[in-house]
Design a protein around this ligand. Structure first.
Ligand code: ZN
Length: 142
């Protein structure tokens, strides 16, 4: 059991370490950190769930005492809960981050938000919302 566990764990760690190296670099820089972290959690989740499955199987086969089974099962469930919680946190923050990015770019693309009105009289720049020039008071054309 322990031998199998170590084998699966080291395989998962190896996969987790190597996986980001083969990823296509097509994501935004700000998204790379959280995606890598998320990527690391995916195999971890598989391992944790696989271990629980193995444990259940071994218990059903009578290889484990009920006491051992309950003890290990409790530890594994706690670990699984932690991994699920971490994944959930990353996914929800990712959504929020994507939402902010979308809002920011929408503001940037909004006509008038960064434009300015040039005074026909003194050529100074005024906020587009101004009806009169802040420098000379001339009426601004829109
Ligand atoms: Zn002016």
């Amino acid at each position: 059991m322990l031998y199998l566990f170590c084998g699966v764990l080291s395989a998962a760690i190896l996969a987790a370490v190597c996986r980001p190296l083969f990823r296509k670099d097509d994501t935004l820089e700000s998204a790379i950190i959280e995606e890598t972290e998320w990527d690391l959690l995916q195999p971890k989740k598989e391992v944790v769930l696989g271990n629980i499955q193995d444990l259940d199987f071994e218990y059903k086969c009578g290889k484990l005492s009920e006491e051992d089974y309950r003890k290990i099962r409790g530890e594994m469930s706690a670990e699984a809960a932690l991994v699920f919680h971490q994944i959930d946190e990353i996914e929800s923050s990712k959504d929020l981050d994507a939402l902010i990015r979308r809002e920011v770019s929408a503001r940037k693309n909004k006509p008038g938000a960064v434009q300015s009105a040039v005074c026909p009289s003194c050529s100074s720049k005024n906020p587009i919302a101004n009806k009169f020039c802040a420098e000379c008071g001339a009426k601004l054309k829109h």
